[in-house]
Design a protein around this ligand. Structure first.
Ligand code: GLC
Length: 735
């Protein structure tokens, strides 16, 4: 399957809808207009919400999921308010509603946008069945810092991968017709730069230049806008001193201006009034003025719009045209959703959740999200019968933790854990021993470790399930130390020292510094919290019923001190040679300049633990020579690339062939590598497959030294390889 940024504007404004918007807007009072710009968090006080709905003060409600309550309030808004404008019901459906898919970082590891789109489609079917028509997803923040807990919700460090994944989710949520009753308006977030938080500390400052925004951080947002995302959400952070929620350049000049975005923009929670804490607004009223004048259309929960816009208008600090523009954008989305014709959720059905096909799709996504990081002596796959297998560790049977962060409606009772799946599917033909040892990921109980070692004595092989409880990643869950918590590393080490063959499975919300654990394991399988069906997925991979195909969507650092670390970094004027002596090898009284004066760490070196795009397989893929059709290209041509990949193993397997380029000399320096295409192909055992790419030279464009979007002539290198650290470069010239 080839992956190109899709361009389909499902929410392109139609003249009929715009006429309806204008007709309705012309009837609205100022209070009714302001009401549409106001989103409330469900208070559980149905009476209070109903009164506000009757007064037309609620444009949207988030976090109400009781279908009867939703229907009741919607009925009042539609039948008892003066103009009957329906309320837009919203929820964070981030990686599933009831059927939980892998966290978005895990979905990115599949390098399979179609699969991600299918997961979003299923999430929308489940959520819309209770009346939810707006989700706060996709999150497309580029993150190069695994200390940041929300890397879990992202698609990782690369703009191209995040662009494809974000666009796929938009398509999955919205379909081609937003008025489809199972369609949910997407909300692309967090605009802008949130993932670059200083120190990986959530909500902290970012310092991104316009060139960095345009060449990296904007790209997945632009792709989501082109895919038709109906709404955008601003971010909590300030960038270069300007809070995103009042950043006119970002919201109005770029999103609504340059990109011609016709949806609406909502704040993130109380990010409007948080501008007082930021030191940017004097008070809540000033915050409302700043946000509205920057182009923020709807305010989430803080109420500063509801309580101040009328006075701001009287004082001449905001214009009615600005208010009308915001209301137009909101009404347009409500008309596109078909809410006026169809405001109510469908009647509740039996078994509308967790359908067999939903669970099958969740298993497939979990399976393709699994990354084989190490497999010495072909430890994996395990023999399917006749063994004594010990299952240990705090994540082997942790149904709640396995779902991962940002799960509000998924139920752990439906989670199938690895222990349950292994017992069910492989327990008949093997002897399965289970001893968790540690009871949760932060558990430091060394008695538990001893108990686990003892329990594994009779085992032929031990599978250790470690990682993170779900609370250890996600919003406001930054970590300064991203190694395994508690005594998990000691657990792995103790079992290894007891002489056992050790397979380690890590279930986490982020890349972790697991070098010590990798050294103590014969095989390592990485699973970003895999969701409801993670157990059967992991079991089938461990026993070889399926073959791993996941690739790292983010670089894995050796040490947290290497962060920020990412594959597409600048070369610097003194790039590491990778021959620098590490700290143990540095001679005593070494001379000041004796280490070579290059950009590396004396203790950690330059390279990460695992690079971006890395993942092993049971299959063995051998790349032939990469061939391009010419040596030099004019700017209107395509670079035709071919490579033959041979699978010399006995396993059928999927390989993600990745195409990278480098622009060697430019008026603003370019990264040492940039992912431009990838192709996930099935290559059967013993067979070869030719993989080809047609890369327009125009795709080599970037914002240059003068901030012009151009392709600059000169020398380029091109790779097609199994990950960002492999392959041989081919040179080409662009004229
Ligand atoms: C949160 C998050 C945002 C989420 C919103 C509504 O604070 O930052 O991603 O969609 O509030 O829950």
């Amino acid at each position: 399957m080839s992956c190109m940024a899709a361009v389909s504007c499902s929410q392109a404004p139609s003249s009929e809808i715009d006429q309806k918007v204008e007709a309705l807007l012309s009837k609205m009072t100022l209070q009714e207009k302001i009401g549409q710009m106001n989103q409330i968090n469900t208070s559980g006080n149905v009476g209070g919400m109903s009164e506000a709905a009757k007064r037309g003060e609620i444009g949207s409600i988030l976090n109400e999921v009781n279908p009867e309550v939703i229907r009741g309030i919607q009925k009042i808004a539609v039948e008892e308010s003066r103009l009957g404008i329906p309320i837009l019901i919203a929820r964070d459906v981030i990686h599933g509603y009831k059927t939980i898919f892998p966290i978005p970082l895990g979905q990115a590891a599949t390098f399979n946008p179609q699969l991600v789109e299918e997961g979003a489609r299923i999430s929308a079917k489940e959520a819309t069945s209770v009346g939810i028509r707006w989700t706060f997803s996709p999150m497309v923040d580029i993150s190069r810092d695994a200390r940041w807990g929300r890397i879990a919700e992202s698609s990782g460090e690369d703009s191209y991968l995040a662009s494809l994944m974000g666009a796929a989710m938009v398509r999955g949520y919205q379909t081609e017709d937003l008025s489809n009753p199972t369609a949910m308006a997407a909300c692309t977030k967090h605009f802008i730069g949130y993932g670059a938080a200083e120190g990986g500390r959530d909500y902290s400052s970012t310092f991104l230049t316009e060139r960095q925004l345009r060449n990296t951080y904007f790209l997945p947002f632009k792709a989501a806008a082109e895919a038709g995302s109906a709404t955008f959400m601003t971010s909590f952070n300030e960038n270069d001193g300007i809070p995103a929620t009042a950043n006119k350049f970002v919201i109005s000049d770029v999103l609504k201006g340059e990109w011609n975005f016709k949806g609406f923009v909502v704040s993130d929670w109380a990010s409007t009034v948080e501008m007082v804490e930021h030191g940017y607004a004097e008070n809540n009223k000033h915050a409302a003025e700043l946000a509205l004048n920057a182009g923020l259309d709807m305010e989430m929960v803080a109420g500063s719009y509801l309580h101040n816009i009328e006075q701001l208008l009287e004082e001449g600090k905001v214009k009615i045209e600005t208010i009308d523009s915001a209301v137009r954008n909101i009404l347009r989305v409500k008309f596109q959703l078909g809410l006026f014709e169809n405001p109510y959720a469908p009647e509740q059905q039996e078994n509308q959740f967790y359908k067999a096909e939903y669970l099958a799709a969740a298993k497939q996504a979990a399976e393709e999200s699994l990354i084989l990081l190490k497999n010495s002596n072909n430890t994996l796959p395990l023999a399917q019968k006749g063994q004594t297998i010990a299952i240990v560790g705090p994540l082997a049977d942790a149904p709640y933790e396995q779902m991962g962060t940002w799960v509000f409606d998924g139920e752990k009772e439906h989670t199938v854990t690895p222990l349950a799946a292994i017992k069910e599917k492989y327990g008949k033909d093997n002897k399965i021993i289970f001893e968790s040892g540690l009871t949760y990921s932060r558990d430091r109980n060394m008695n538990g470790v001893a108990k686990a070692v003892k329990a594994t004595r009779a085992a032929d092989v031990v599978v250790v399930f470690v990682g993170e409880e779900s609370i250890l990643s996600g919003e406001a869950h930054s970590l300064a130390d991203i190694s395994l918590q508690g005594a998990q590393s000691e657990l792995i080490e103790a079992i290894k020292k007891s002489g056992k063959k050790v397979v380690t499975v890590v279930m986490s919300g982020r890349p972790m510094t697991i070098g010590r654990d990798v050294d103590n394991s014969d095989a390592v399988l990485y699973s970003f919290h895999p969701g409801t069906m993670g157990g059967p997925a992991i079991a089938d991979i461990l026993f070889g019923k399926s073959v791993p195909s996941g690739k790292t969507p983010s670089t894995f650092p050796k040490m947290v001190g290497q962060i920020p670390i990412y594959y597409n970094q600048a070369n610097t004027g003194r790039p590491a040679t990778r021959n620098e002596p590490l700290i143990e090898a540095i001679p005593i009284e070494a001379g000041q300049t004796s280490l070579g004066c290059t950009a590396f760490y004396m203790d950690a070196g330059f390279d990460p633990l695992f690079p971006f795009g890395f993942g092993l397989s049971y299959a063995n893929f051998e790349y032939g020579d990469v061939v391009i059709n010419k040596k030099s290209y004019s700017q209107d041509e395509n670079i035709e690339v071919k490579v033959t990949i041979k699978n010399s193993s006995k396993y059928d397997g999927y390989e993600v062939a990745q195409l990278y380029i480098r622009d060697h000399t430019a008026t603003a320096i370019r990264p040492v590598k940039e992912l431009k295409r990838f192709e996930k192909v099935l290559i059967k055992a013993g067979e070869s497959k030719e993989v080809s790419f047609s890369l327009p030279v125009a795709d080599l464009a970037f914002y240059n030294g003068a901030l012009e979007y151009v392709v600059e002539p000169g020398k380029f290198s091109l790779w097609v390889a199994t990950d960002s650290a492999s392959g041989s470069a081919i040179e080409l010239l662009v004229n």
